[in-house]
Ligand binder design. Structure first.
Ligand code: XMP
Length: 510
């Protein structure tokens, strides 16, 4: 790729992805690589700047991660953050002392007159790594920020263009974080902000064409954002050499399967095979009530259907995967690897005849994937879709799944989502849906007693889906959704709103 590159050495801190996001938001391309990447490998990538990112360890620990010291002799500017600052102190003969504190704290500090703080000198609030103090300046460095409590909270060696911060500019708690990052990128490193989505898409297409040549590729399309954008990108690059298989397991939301078909088959003219496998899936799920068993069955059946269809196509050279950058970062950092558990339907098929995996979105963050989708001409509602679990509505019906229950849930869920959209809350709430509980209760309609289902509405806000808050939806919106569901759906006579966060609950009910 022809972009200017910033390389982030990942020491395992929780904010590493965030700093990468901030740099990309400034239209500068960056990559996160393991902290111990050898200098030769770094040189090959010709970065214009290096960032040493966080990590909650003390540099004096025996096992403290250290980078290849040669990186400081490359003549490339360096920005060190949090743990990175300890490391610079350690390597350049300064001293960092561990404190008892293992937290990030809000702190007010004074910024001096330095190019890194251009336009923002004076007092400011930052997110401080309170786990250490610099007690002796490293050779060649001067202090450029501090307070009574954190006397040396930023240091600089302007001649070598090395900078280190005890606080985290990438976190929103740091008021002027964006300005500091911009100053580093544009005033110190003189970068040109050349990372733009349309040029990425163009380059990616070129790259895919070179790689695939006149060979064939196969893609499992789920209708989710990642697989849709991956398919659209591949299609733009290689046209009919790509075949997509869309397994409709009958557990999708209202109109969803038809919409996928309409967009990809009719608008994009893509080689799409839609497999209507509802009966197969419902057959296998008959009588099953345990959530994990449901997941397992759906995952297995999905692979089986996919494999059967793939077999009809015969040998393909490439299997397309919608892997995105957070998955790559999470799985690539040695001891700190985070293991994802249940979040993909099925995993990789064993019996599909392919030679190589191709991952066209491997370098993109989620919001960049969405932008790429828009550049490729995918419709907004598809690009901005909320996450939808692979096992679909099967884990939103408590207990046994039947076609009747699925249809009831589909209607109710559709109305709830419609009301959220009408209230223009859809971009503020991370995930919102209806759940058909396995409970019936007594109600009254007109002068008739009813004994019908209880429906739960669920809506959460979250940034990472690991923790979540229940969304404070205005009562009027809930009221409207409730009235409409009762009046329009039938078989539901009671509606509850889920007011638990995660933890202790999970986002899905199963
Ligand atoms: P939980 O319910 O664990 O959900 O709080 C966290 C996020 O993961 C999604 N989720 C799944 N996605 N297969 C998926 O592809 C699954 O089995 C699955 N279970 C939960 C959930 O929708 C939420 O976004």
């Amino acid at each position: 790729m022809n972009h200017e590159l910033v390389l982030i050495l990942n020491f395992g801190g929780q904010f590493n992805q965030l700093i990468a996001r901030r740099i990309r938001e400034a239209n500068v391309f960056c990559e996160v690589v393991p902290y111990n990447t050898p200098v030769e490998k770094i040189k090959e990538k010709s970065p214009k700047a290096i960032v040493l990112a966080g990590g909650q360890t003390s540099v004096t620990d025996e096992k403290a991660p250290k980078c290849d010291e040669e990186i400081f002799n490359l003549g490339i500017p360096v920005l060190a953050v949090g743990y990175g600052m300890q490391l610079i102190s350690y390597l350049f003969d300064g001293q960092a002392v561990r404190t008892e504190n293992l937290e990030y704290k809000k702190a007010d500090i004074e910024l001096s007159d330095n190019i890194l703080f251009s336009g923002i000198e004076g007092k400011t609030t930052v997110c401080m790594d309170a786990s250490f103090h610099i007690t002796k300046l490293p050779e060649g460095f001067k202090a450029i920020a501090g307070s009574d409590e954190y006397t040396i909270s930023a240091i600089a060696d302007d001649s070598r263009k090395f900078y280190a911060l005890q606080f985290h500019p990438e976190v929103s708690m740091t008021d002027k974080g964006k300005d500091i990052i911009d100053n580093f990128l544009f005033r110190i490193c003189n970068l040109s902000a050349d990372w733009k989505m349309d040029s990425f898409v163009e380059e990616a297409i070129k790259h895919i064409r070179e790689k695939v040549g006149n060979k064939k590729a196969l893609c499992a399309l789920s209708g989710g954002v990642d697989s849709s954008v991956a398919a659209a990108l591949m299609h733009k690059a290689i046209g009919d050499q790509l075949t997509c298989i869309f397994v409709d397991h009958g557990l999708l939301r209202k109109n969803e399967a038809d919409q996928v078909e309409e967009v990809f088959k009719n608008q994009f003219n893509l080689n799409l095979i839609r497999v209507n496998a509802e009966n197969r899936f419902l057959g296998r799920l008959k009588g099953v009530t345990d959530p994990e068993t449901k997941r397992k069955i759906i995952g297995e059946e999905f692979i089986r259907v996919f494999e059967e269809e793939a077999k009809k196509i015969g040998h393909v050279d490439f299997l397309v995967q919608g892997t995105i950058y957070p998955d790559v970062i999470e799985s690539g950092v040695g001891d700190n690897a985070v293991i994802k558990s249940h979040h993909n339907v099925g995993g990789l098929p064993d019996h599909v005849d392919f030679e190589e995996i191709i991952e066209p979105l491997r370098l993109l963050f989620k919001d960049e994937v969405r932008m790429a989708g828009l550049v490729l001409g995918l419709p907004e509602e598809l690009v901005w879709r909320q996450p939808f679990p692979g096992p679909g509505l099967a884990i939103r019906i408590i207990g046994e799944i039947t076609k009747e229950k699925l249809d009831i849930l589909r209607e109710a869920d559709h109305i709830f989502r419609d009301e959220i959209a009408k209230a223009k809350l859809n971009k503020d709430i991370s995930q919102y849906f209806a759940v058909l509980t396995n409970m019936r209760s007594v109600g009254v309609t007109g002068d008739k007693r009813t004994y019908d289902y209880t429906l739960a509405l669920r809506a959460v806000t979250t940034t990472d889906f690991m923790t979540a808050e229940w969304a404070r939806i205005p009562y009027e919106v809930l009221q409207k959704a409730s009235n409409r569901i009762i009046n329009e759906v039938g078989c539901i006579n009671r509606i509850v709103y889920d007011i638990t966060g995660k933890p202790p609950a999970t986002i899905e009910w199963e």
